[in-house]
Design a protein around this ligand. Structure first.
Ligand SMILES: [Zn+2]
Length: 398
């Protein structure tokens, strides 16, 4: 599995100058390659393969001596980047690649060579010498790639991508039900678990979000191209970065806690693609949160040898976790009160319990014996309900 390790870098003034100059040069190269690709496409109606982009980039380095101060693989990586932008566009995942502005082009990537991490001296970078780096946690695995990034708050960081072996954890069949946690992602609280605990975004995060909204309104009122607007834009970018870090930190700690205490996490799968935007702002923010949370959970499960199970979200808000009766609720209703079995629990907890119930179907416990569940579609309440109806224990709706 691939993991990212991110460390703060502290370049000296002259090193910073050289890094900034490299970024400007690479940005120019990116735009040159884009222009070249547009010209070629107009002529031949064919997209250019990655190797050819790399060759173009290396040729540019041959003819421009300023680019020769930059490691050849870093230059070649610009070819990879422009190729990826066009491929994403042609395959419908992204919009047409933009012209990059120098202040937006803020990272450069070494693939194998041109850098070395020395615990005493720092990070050795091609053409720069040793740069001071703060390695706050050990770098694990085989390094595949290094990206040097200039953040919106003017800090520099080094991001190592490494390859690690996945630990083998307990097989699903040997995990007791008490170590399985069902989780419902909600609008009112971030996540609610089946054991009636929940996790909220901390107060400071909601405060920062309010601040962003306020600043955004000021920003929109300023004239385009004005000095005030530019300044506010920079402040907004810094704040967005800060909130992003806060959110990441909160979710990372939460995921870590879940998998330290449990072996299995069950989540419902959302059936929306990243490109689809919801017109309800709160909903679209929570969908985005769900996506990043699910990604982190999936990564953490792999790295800790735990399990993440997705289930179908159909019916998880309306059915009763106890008797599977249909208990319709409006969006604003926070309670789940079942008339047929008398259960009375908070709405989100009922959903979490249903989600866990589905997850258990997917992960057979020893007494039920192993089943070839791996290849089946997502476990769904549809199946459960229709099986019940066939068995005659649920009245069919007339
Ligand atoms: Zn019930």
């Amino acid at each position: 599995m691939l993991s990212a390790f991110r460390y703060r870098l502290y370049p000296k003034t002259d090193q910073e100058k050289r890094l900034n100059r490299s970024l400007i040069l690479l940005c120019g190269l990116y735009n040159d390659l884009k222009a070249e690709e547009m010209r070629r496409y107009r002529k031949d109606h064919k997209s250019t393969p990655k190797t050819m982009f790399r060759t173009f980039a290396l040729n540019a380095r041959k003819h421009d001596e300023r680019l020769r101060d930059i490691h050849s693989q870093v230059v070649q990586n610009v070819g990879d980047r422009i190729h990826r932008s066009f491929r994403n566009f042609f395959e419908g995942r992204a919009r047409f690649p933009k012209w990059k502005k120098p202040n937006r082009y803020n990272s450069l990537t070494f693939t194998q060579f041109g850098f070395r991490l020395n615990p005493e001296k720092g990070l050795l970078l091609f053409g720069l010498g040793y740069v001071r780096i703060f390695v706050h946690r050990p770098l694990l695995g085989r390094v595949k790639q290094l990206t040097i990034k200039h953040e919106a708050d003017d800090k520099w960081c080094a991001i190592f991508i490494t390859e690690r072996d996945e630990p083998t954890g307990r097989p699903l069949t040997e995990i007791p039900i008490t170590k399985i946690r069902g989780a419902d992602m909600g609008l009112s609280s971030f996540v609610t678990f089946d054991d009636s605990t929940s996790a909220e975004y901390p107060e400071f995060l909601r405060r920062s979000e309010g601040k962003i909204a306020r600043l955004q309104r000021h920003f929109m009122r300023k004239h385009k191209g004005s000095r005030r607007r530019r300044e506010l834009g920079r402040r907004l970018a810094r704040l967005h970065l800060h909130v992003g870090h806060q959110r990441e930190d909160f979710q990372n700690k939460l995921v870590h806690r879940i998998f330290s205490e449990n072996d299995v996490l069950v989540l419902e799968k959302l059936h929306i693609s990243g490109m689809l935007r919801n017109h309800l702002l709160a909903k679209s923010i929570s969908d985005a949160s769900w996506n990043s949370f699910a990604k982190k959970a999936s990564f953490k499960a792999k790295s800790m040898g735990k399990h993440l199970i997705f289930v179908d979200s159909w019916g998880t808000t309306q059915l009763c976790h106890n008797c599977l009766g249909w208990v319709p609720k409006a969006l604003g209703e926070r309670k789940h009160r079942c008339l047929s079995c008398g259960i009375d629990v908070p709405r989100d907890e009922n959903s979490a319990l249903l989600i866990k119930r589905l997850g258990i179907l997917r992960s057979p416990t020893p007494d039920r014996g192993p089943s070839p569940a791996e290849q089946r579609p997502l476990p769904s309440l549809r199946e459960v309900v229709s099986q019940r109806r066939e068995a005659g224990s649920l009245p069919t709706q007339g």
